[in-house]
Design a protein around this ligand. Sequence first.
Ligand SMILES: Nc1ncnc2c1ncn2[C@@H]1O[C@H](COP(=O)(O)OP(=O)(O)OP(=O)(O)O)[C@@H](O)[C@H]1O
Length: 597
Amino acid sequence: MTRPRPSERFPVADESLSSAPRTTGPLRLRRELTAEPGPLTAALLLALAATAATLALPLFLRDVITDFSEHRPLAGHITLMCASAAAGALTQACSGFLLARIGERMAYRLRITLMEHALRLPLPVVRTQGTGELAARITSDALLLRQVVDVATQLPLATVTIAATLGVMMWIDWVLTLVTLVSLTGLTLMVVLVLRRMRANVTGQQDAVGHISQRFTANLEALTTIKANRAEPLATRALAADAERLRSVSLEGARLGTLIPAVLTLGNQLAMIAVILTGGARLAAGDITAGAFAAFLLYLLQAVPSVNTVATGLGRLQSGLAARDRCNGLLLLPPENDPADDDRAAPTPLPDAPAIAFDSVSYTHAGAGRPTLRGISFTTARTGLTAVVGPSGAGKTTTLSLIDRFIRPSSGTITVLGHDMRHWPLNALRARIAYVDQTFTLLEATARENLQLGRTTPATDAELTDALDAVGLTDDIARLPQGLDTHLGRGTDLSGGQRQRMALARALLSDADIVLLDEPTSQLDGLNEQRFRAVIEDLATTRAVLVVAHRLTTVQHAEHVIMLDQGTVTDTGDHPALLARCTPYQELIASQAITGH
Ligand SMILES: Nc1ncnc2c1ncn2[C@@H]1O[C@H](COP(=O)(O)OP(=O)(O)OP(=O)(O)O)[C@@H](O)[C@H]1O
């Protein structure tokens, strides 16, 4: 089975980006910065040219002044000066644009990699991480990383400038150069100390950003409950505490940020004092001429901006490294599919095997004190309706989650269409199963796209119409502003019952062998419930339908009922048989947890 290419999973606006190298495994900053060596070299050369043009200006100015004093024509040198200024501006702009382009492309690749990886994480891991925390990686962390790109040209240029200046200084006077180097080493040590603290601080800031966006997202998702319970002040207090944490850690960052220029100024001044004192003594001793000493001081002053550039560049690099570590915290979480999935062929279903077979399966939710499922065993036929019943918290949803491999058993074996679940590549397994969960969430996409999720080939209009008719949604969809092409979510939404029927229509349109339905009638009225029963009975003639049921009407029509209680299978059989012999089942019916609507 081949894995879809990135451009198939995420649409690529700029075609050239689909061939841009993408990160696999942990993110490495150097590899990312040098992912496009051609444009990066061009940006570096253009920046060099801009620097050269700027450096040439004083020389032309000197010539113009000489022309003035010697009454020679000025046109030639003025033209050269203007051309040099224009070339400097142009090359600087081009270099800046190239760098911005490299940075944006790097952020694009990074965001795609992070989003793709997050979507492939196991559901329990995503829940533990938190949606807001994960979202912060593709917003603020990616932004920090994007800003590191400028450093890729600034640092080498400034380093070359410093090295060249030091070379000339060494040529003028090696003793003074040594004094400068010792002073600069002291300065470097101080800056390194501040930078180390800055990196830890940036990590703290980004964690605080993730924390606050997590809580805010969770509150927005629960807004109806918050409003209904007048819990806005409570929610605001918790958010304010997070905002306070972010403020305090950011202030500490700002304090460190202001330390760097202060340390630089102090270091530069100390270097200058040391050089003046030593130079003065050498001048008095006749070891250096006044002209050479003046030239040395000028070069020292010229090196200062480059030293500052290196220090601020290293500061940005620390922020980038902190963001890289946070991104790697996500990228190093193992995805839910096995690494070997890509190379594994999907097994062929065995004709006589049951659709699903559980053999002594146990499962404990992460963080739960005791097992949710304890050694459950059952089988379901290749076609027909199986109802899973049991009191609330018995483990019904957990059982369905195991079948679609959202979670993996702690022990025991699950067989799907005759093959151990571990032998199915994840995509191939899920292609065999249609799952309608309790939330009936719609994607922010058109009604047509929502209906066809999970299909390998697009459905024809006739197939869509048949599915909508079967679940009684034809009129509801026709009333939407653009019918099937109406974008759902945000402004235009469907009711709970309509969404439930959309989910059922999606199951109808799928070519899955197994259909899992988790309490599919909870939001349906009487008429739609009858429709629903007809649909699942129809589905069950050709597929295995496993339904978590709370209504007697559904259970009565099931060929097979699995009674779960406190994580164990209490009994299996058809409705009359269980009613006759299974006390927990009788109690369930009597307590009207299964109602006779
Ligand atoms: N993500 C989770 N983390 C920890 N425990 C969980 C998690 N999800 C479910 N549980 C626990 O597992 C047990 C079984 O939950 P499950 O959702 O499977 O029950 P159910 O039979 O479907 O219940 P209901 O009919 O109320 O939907 C419950 O006790 C529940 O508290």
